[in-house]
Design a binder for this molecule. Structure first.
Ligand SMILES: *Cc1c(COP(=O)(O)O)cnc(C)c1O
Length: 394
């Protein structure tokens, strides 16, 4: 009898399940917004990266519909063959203008933006200095490049300097960091990192997925936040979070963008973004260019929730952004907390090992401009009730 070559997968899944680590995927039955419908019930939504409430914005819906009438849906090709439409070119031009960058190139997602960029910039024999908490897409892109990866302690500029000094002669080197770290909501000290990279002649890249549309003047991102225009070689962003659509981008110097058009493999070998997605992104840039009202509302809401949670006695960790972790410690407690929130009408995710270190499990509260003050007060009351019931609060 032959053995089933997939039986090990069933074993692994079984083990994950018994350890309580099997990812449970909720199905959303409504548009993305302040509230979502799950299992026929409306819940207050604190899970989405829909920071500005654009995912279901009437202007963005309309732009996507009009683009379908003008261009159809599928691109039919990769960007370099027949997949570049006037919409793609316009989006890139408008993004560069919005971000005060020399140039911009877009990708199908933030993930593919990273996969395109890092292997195009460094290769075997080169060095990458990478924050130990960088996103999975950066880690995978570093592996794909086959450059040597040196991890430095989280947001620790002195350790970055020490690692660079310890590396000896560097032929070509890249420093890469997340802008906003998605599990803690802290911000990389990009000004200090930039000074170190410049002193050593290294390429500097920041992945601003959670800062795009959130940080900087009117949501122009982390480079704008620190006033580092022209000094950060690669600013990766996503159109899938605050921009409310899907897609990725690299903004930076013209040289980088011209090179990625030649060597960014997901740009060369994976089909272009669809017409409605691109048109929706153009509309999102237009909305942000006209007014900073949504960004201001996001920060008002985030600050209100941070103060509210802290006043109740929750530990919000290192967060200084709309990502608000409630540090609970052990994973089973965080899971029970999330289950009870769900029963009470709040959708907020428990996050545990291996996404965050052992003993640092938390509930991650994602704030949005979509929430009304009444939504926030209703949520705070439910967090308080569950916090007392589980003796997280006294
Ligand atoms: C979400 C995220 C990505 C992936 O972006 P997508 O557009 O969803 O593919 C990449 N990097 C970081 C830091 C992220 O948080």
């Amino acid at each position: 009898m032959t053995t089933n070559p997939l039986s090990w997968i069933e074993d692994e899944l079984q083990q994950l399940d018994s350890a309580g680590l099997l990812a449970r995927i909720r199905t959303i039955e409504s548009p993305m917004g302040a509230r979502v419908t799950i299992e026929g019930r409306q819940l207050l939504n604190f899970c989405a990266n829909n920071y500005l409430g654009l995912a279901n914005h009437p202007r963005i819906r309309q732009a996507a519909k009009e683009a379908i009438d003008a261009y159809g849906v599928g691109p039919g090709a990769v960007r370099t063959i027949a997949g570049t439409t006037t919409l793609h070119v316009e989006l890139e031009r408008r993004l560069a203008e919005f971000k005060h960058a020399e140039a911009c190139i877009t990708f199908q997602s933030g993930f593919t933006a990273n996969l395109a960029t890092i292997p195009a910039l460094v290769g075997p024999g080169d060095l990458i200095f990478s924050d130990e908490l960088n996103h999975a897409s950066i880690i995978d892109a570093c592996r794909l490049s086959r450059a040597q990866v040196v991890r430095y302690a989280h947001c620790d500029v002195a350790d970055l300097e020490a690692k660079i000094a310890g590396a000896g002669a560097i032929r070509r080197g890249l420093v890469v960091t997340d802008g906003v770290f998605s599990m803690d909501g802290d911000v990389a000290p990009l000004d200090a990192i930039c000074a170190v990279a410049e002193a050593h002649g290294l390429i500097l890249m920041v992945d601003d997925a959670h800062g795009e549309g959130v940080l900087g003047q009117g949501g122009r991102g982390i480079v704008d936040h620190f006033g580092l225009h022209g000094r950060v070689h690669v600013e990766v962003g996503t159109l899938s979070k605050a921009f409310g659509v899907v897609g990725g981008l690299v903004a930076g110097q013209e040289t980088i963008v011209r090179w990625l058009r030649q060597r960014g493999r997901p740009f060369l070998f994976s089909s272009a973004m669809t017409a409605p997605d691109v048109a929706a992104c153009i509309e999102a840039v237009a909305i942000l260019s006209e007014s900073d009202e949504l960004v201001a509302r996001l920060w008002d809401n985030a600050n209100y929730m941070r103060q509210g949670m802290q006043a109740l006695g929750f530990d919000t960790g290192a967060s200084v952004t709309p990502i608000l972790p409630l540090m609970l410690g052990e994973a089973p407690l965080a899971q029970e907390f999330s289950r009870r929130l769900f029963a009470e009408g709040v959708f907020a995710m428990a996050i545990g090992y291996p996404t965050v270190p052992m003993g640092k499990a938390r509930i991650r509260v994602m704030n949005s401009a979509a929430h009304s003050r009444q939504d926030l007060d209703e949520a705070l009351a439910i967090f308080e009730k569950v916090g007392r019931a589980l003796e997280v609060l006294d």
